[in-house]
Design a protein. Sequence first.
Length: 127
Amino acid sequence: MNINYTGVYLSAVACAKQMIKYKTPGAMCLIGSMSGLVANKGLITSVYNSSKAAVIQLGRSLAMEWGQMKEFEGVRDKSVAGSHPERKRGIRVNVLCPGNIITPVGEGLLQWETLQLIFVVDGPKEL
């Protein structure tokens, strides 16, 4: 939990503080996992899955809290083409949830093709 959730939370807060300090609205992307949305067949991963589910919910909550902030009133968001200064600005928060990634650690553990309905398994370089 210290890395998968707390590390993501502390990084997001540190990033947001800098964006507010320099009056720079924009976006951040947290890294979740499809395992935060589904249960993994054949694996004992309840702690990992729940930590990634926490990251997904953190992203939703931060998007609501930081999406429109008074600290950015009157600041033009240069990351949105054609944006208007009177539109409320903030920090957009998204969560990327990649699927199964074959790594040397997990390569020999499972029959990957039996774990999902559509067999698409990527390696780290595809991310």
